[in-house]
Every structure is written in C-alpha cells, then in structure tokens.
Ligand binder design. Sequence first.
Ligand SMILES: Cc1cc2nc3c(=O)[nH]c(=O)nc-3n(C[C@H](O)[C@H](O)[C@H](O)COP(=O)(O)OP(=O)(O)OC[C@H]3O[C@@H](n4cnc5c(N)ncnc54)[C@H](O)[C@@H]3O)c2cc1C
Ligand SMILES: *[C@@H]1O[C@H](CO)[C@@H](O)[C@H](O)[C@H]1NC(C)=O
Ligand SMILES: *[C@@H]1O[C@H](CO)[C@@H](O)[C@H](O)[C@H]1NC(C)=O
Ligand SMILES: *[C@@H]1O[C@H](CO)[C@@H](O)[C@H](O)[C@H]1NC(C)=O
Ligand SMILES: *[C@@H]1O[C@H](CO)[C@@H](O)[C@H](O)[C@H]1NC(C)=O
Length: 543
Amino acid sequence: MKAPPTNILSVVPFFLFLLISSHSLATVAVADVSVYESFLRCMETNTAPEDKISDLIYSPTNPSFNSVLQAYIRNALFNTSSTPKPTIIITPTKIPHIQSAITCTKAAGYLLKTRSGGHDYEGLSYVSDSPFFILDMFNFRSIEIDVANKSGWVQVGATLGELYYRISEKSNVLGFPAGVCPTVGVGGHVSGAGYGNLLRKYGVSTDNVVDAQIVDVNGKLLDRASMGEDLFWAIRGGGGASFGVLIAYKIGLVPVPETVTVFRVEKDLEQNMTEMAYQWQLVAPKTTKDLFMRMLLQPGNSKTKKGEKTVTASVLAEYLGNADSLVALLGKEFPELGLKKEDCLEMSWIQSVLWWGLDDENNTAALLSRELQSIKSGKRKSDYVVTPIPKASLEGIWAKMMESGKTGFVFNPYGGAMDEVPAAETAFPHRAGNLYKIQYSIGWKEPGVEAEEKYLGDIRRMYSYMTPFVSKNPRRAYMNYRDLDIGTVKRGSKNSYAEGKVYGDKYFDGNFERLVKVKTAVDPNYFFWNEQSVPVLPGKVEL
Ligand SMILES: Cc1cc2nc3c(=O)[nH]c(=O)nc-3n(C[C@H](O)[C@H](O)[C@H](O)COP(=O)(O)OP(=O)(O)OC[C@H]3O[C@@H](n4cnc5c(N)ncnc54)[C@H](O)[C@@H]3O)c2cc1C
Ligand SMILES: *[C@@H]1O[C@H](CO)[C@@H](O)[C@H](O)[C@H]1NC(C)=O
Ligand SMILES: *[C@@H]1O[C@H](CO)[C@@H](O)[C@H](O)[C@H]1NC(C)=O
Ligand SMILES: *[C@@H]1O[C@H](CO)[C@@H](O)[C@H](O)[C@H]1NC(C)=O
Ligand SMILES: *[C@@H]1O[C@H](CO)[C@@H](O)[C@H](O)[C@H]1NC(C)=O
C-alpha cells in the first residue's frame, strides 16, 4: 500500500476514505464468502457425494464465474460492469440438485432466478437489483421425439433450433409451432406462450403442450397429474418464473407438408407501400390458416431510387402448400403485394425454419449452434391491434419513423387458430378479436449510457405515438416480449398485488385474477419473485 500523504490537511480525509472503503469492501467480501460457504454446506448435505456438487456452484471468486454468467446473456445492455451480478450461480445436472437449490436458497434468504435460454428481453433471468442467485438450466437439454405418438419430451434448457433439428431427424412431415430464432430457450419461451410462423395454423406453443414437469417451492417434483389443472393452466402462458422451476414440457407434434413455400417481398414509399400495408391488415389475419404473412417495417438509412428518405415494408411468408397455389391465392386476395412465382421458394419445413431463422435454408447443422448471430444492445415493446389503421394514419407513422430514425416494427398476423382457442383455455389471453400483434424493435452497438438513453427514448416515443391505434383498457402486451416500462413490482412491497395488477392486466387480461389465485395457492410466501411476477392475493405475507 502507498504511504499516506504527509500534508496534514489531506491526511484526515484520506484516512477516513481508507477506513470507509476498506471496511465496506471487506464486509461485502466476508458476507459473500460466508453465504457461499453455508450455501455449499447446505447443498452438500442434501445431495449425493458422488455428484460433487461443489463443481456445479460458482461464486464470483471462481475463475469460470464470468464465462458461466455470460454464456447465456443475449443482450449486451445487461453485460456491463455496472449490471448487478448474482452472488452464486448453480448449474444443476440432476433434479435433486434443483430441489436442494430451492431449499438452500430459501435458507440463505436470497432471491432465486431461473435461467433456461437467457433470451428475456429485460434480462430478468440473470439480473436483479436485489441480492440473488441464478439457477442455470443449460444442462437440462435432452429431447426425446416419439414419432409414433406424435409427441416429445423437451427439457427447458434445450433451444428451439435443437428441438426443430431433432424432429426433422425423425420425420419430414412433423413440426412444432414455436419461435423463429433458433437460440431461444424452451423454458421461457413455452411457458410464456411462444409463437412463430405456424401460429395461424396451430396456435402458440402452449396450445400444443400436453404435460410438464416442475419442481415447486417445497422442492417437490410434479407432473400434470400431481400438479393439478390449475397450475398446469398457469404454466401455459403465465410464464414459469412465478410458479416454480420447470424441468420439461411434453409437446404434441403437428403435421406439416413435405413441401412448404416461403417468400420475401419488399416495397418502399415509391412503390405504393401504403396501399400494400393497409391491405395487409385486411388480408393477413383473415386468409387461409395455411398462410402466415409477417410484415416488417424498417425506417432509417434506406433511400428510394430518387434518393429520398423512405421506409420499407417487407412481407415474409410461410405457406403450407406449393408456390403455384400461393401465387394464385394472393393474386386474388392481395394484388397490392404483386407476388410473382419467381419470388417464391419451395422447400421442406425444416429448410423453411432455417430460411426464417438464419437466412440459409441449407445449413441444417447451424440449428445446433448456440452461438449468437450478432451481439447488440436491444429493447422490445409490444401492442395488439384490433381495428385496421387508416391509410392516412399509416402515412403519419411512416413520417414518425423517418423522423425518429431507428425503431422498426414487426406486424404478426393473428386469426386462424388464434380465433378458435377460447381466451381462458390457457393463461395466454390474446385470442379472437386481435388482427395482429406489433413488436417494436431497436438495436444498437454503441456502448454507454448516452447511447442507451437515446435509443430507449426513441422506442418509447414511438410507443407513445402509437397509442391511438392499438388496444385500450388495458393496452395489452405479450409477456415474452418482456418490457419493464409497463410496470414492475418492488421487492418486499406491501402493495405487490396493486403493483402486479398494472402489468398483469396488460400481459394476462381476463386471466390475471386466476393466475393470482394459482400463485397464492402454490407459493403463498412469494418465494418465486421477479420484477414482473404474478403477485399473491392482498393480505398474504411475503418472505
Ligand atoms: C433473438 C430473440 C428472438 C425471439 N424470437 C421470438 C419468437 O419468434 N417468438 C416468441 O414468442 N418469442 C420470441 N422471443 C422472446 C422469447 O420467447 C422470450 O424471451 C422467452 O422467454 C425466452 O426464453 P429463454 O428460456 O431463452 O429465456 P430466459 O431469459 O432464460 O427466461 C425467460 C423468463 O422465464 C423464466 N424461466 C426460464 N426458464 C425457466 C424455468 N426452467 N422455470 C421457471 N422459469 C423459467 C426466467 O426466470 C425469465 O423470467 C425472442 C427473443 C429473442 C432474444
Ligand atoms: C459479454 O461480454 C463478454 C466479455 O466482455 C463478451 O465476450 C460477450 O460476447 C458479451 N455478450 C453479449 C451478449 O454482449
Ligand atoms: C403412445 O402413447 C400411448 C398412450 O400414452 C402408449 O400406451 C403407447 O405405448 C405409446 N406408443 C409408443 C409407440 O410409445
Ligand atoms: C401504384 O398505384 C398506381 C394506382 O393504382 C399505379 O398506377 C402505379 O403503377 C403503382 N405503382 C407501382 C410502382 O406499383
Ligand atoms: C440451397 O441449395 C439449393 C440447391 O442446391 C440452391 O439452389 C440454393 O441457392 C441454396 N441456398 C442458399 C442460401 O445457399
């Protein structure tokens, strides 16, 4: 240590500084070490010695801590030195490790965050302002496909890409309706509904779940029969994090044809884009269930042929049929698109998964990669649209997009199967009556708070601008597009029900109260807490 300065005036503050800083640092370190030591002892007492549980638990002093933590961070916004870090990371390989982790975390008085694929847009599976541990489920990744029974057991730490790959290994006429990005984890995705380009034919992932395994707050392993229909209902759209630790889902596989057709058609403002976008709202949610047409709206750097600033609209489609019938169908229903046979690509379902997710329909092996395609900071928000936005208003939106600069939209059509499942059938409530869902999207590579504030401001202004055009009372949102702007619950709040109702009504609409009842029954002391958890009924005591 450097000798203290001799100037008498500076000595006192220096000593004060030394006292305060070394004292508080030492206290934190000692506290963390003793938390780790006693947690480890608890885990060792509760698990088999041959499991070498100490190898599966990481404290910040472990040289592998950072790489384990970062392996499933998927948003650079939560990968900074100021992002709050867990006190301990547990990487279980067997169910008893999870059961013990719940018991021992409770004993330590810490918060437990469960992470599967780490794709939460707000990082809720690995960040918290309250002291916390992470239960990292990446080892639970087995996938068993049973073609004869058109079903499969998938563990939560498997990725969607791995699931699609394993299905396609066994059959070219079976698929599963879930998300587009192959690195998304099954645990968060399926529990929060999960949708992709089979949505209009087969609904959300959750609609195709037939059984599940979960460890509850008492460390009990439950399946559908032993958890009962209320909890089984809740973990289909209500998320997993409020209810326990999910281990696996049993899914039903769905038929897909040997040949599907995809296309991407792009227009800008010089190409009658507004006509096309307006008509998209009338056709995409009403056309045959075999057709899913997403519309992507992007502002920014693109220019028309004349060199003027513009917005582009791209329609991307998955059609469960061949190109000839698709061109004929859209020639009739959607002439504004101007689809030609040359725009269409015919391929197998698994190739279409690759075309959507990785833009390379031939690289099947890429589905098994867990590497990120690009590392960015990002923010997402969501809305539901129930009446078509008039042409003049669409033009206002384009102008706002050009002014704002970076926020893009994905319009995802509903209708079809989404109109057929009653809103109370599962915890996911957004069904008949919705024309489409909007995802707001912004991404950036610049580090630092200044960039963060600029881009977050951009997407929030756009969200505010859209208020007149989207669902109201409540303004609804999709839970898997996690957005803390719409409300949070404070840790230890006496008001958690009222706070939870703010975002709960938006995510769960008419299903919120039933979720609260299930939560109160299965976790009355509110051990499974997060910044947007389902609250317990008022009057219940928190841990
Ligand atoms: C690049 C990208 C593309 C996406 N594409 C789509 C898409 O096409 N369709 C779509 O519907 N969504 C999409 N999403 C959103 C995605 O579905 C959600 O972020 C989903 O929750 C991610 O699941 P995860 O397991 O990867 O996330 P995690 O961050 O691990 O978990 C998300 C939430 O679930 C909880 N959780 C995770 N595992 C468990 C468990 N085993 N038990 C209990 N609780 C658990 C976490 O605590 C957290 O609250 C996308 C997200 C990203 C980043
Ligand atoms: C997080 O940071 C590490 C090291 O600084 C880096 O290797 C990794 O790619 C980053 N991940 C994300 C998603 O930003
Ligand atoms: C299919 O499921 C049924 C009922 O669960 C079961 O009895 C049967 O053995 C299964 N078939 C195969 C091939 O596993
Ligand atoms: C736009 O629409 C008008 C009127 O329907 C038509 O005359 C014109 O050719 C279209 N332009 C393009 C680029 O498609
Ligand atoms: C995939 O393979 C087909 C057939 O060989 C080829 O026509 C097509 O261009 C390939 N696609 C890509 C993206 O390379």
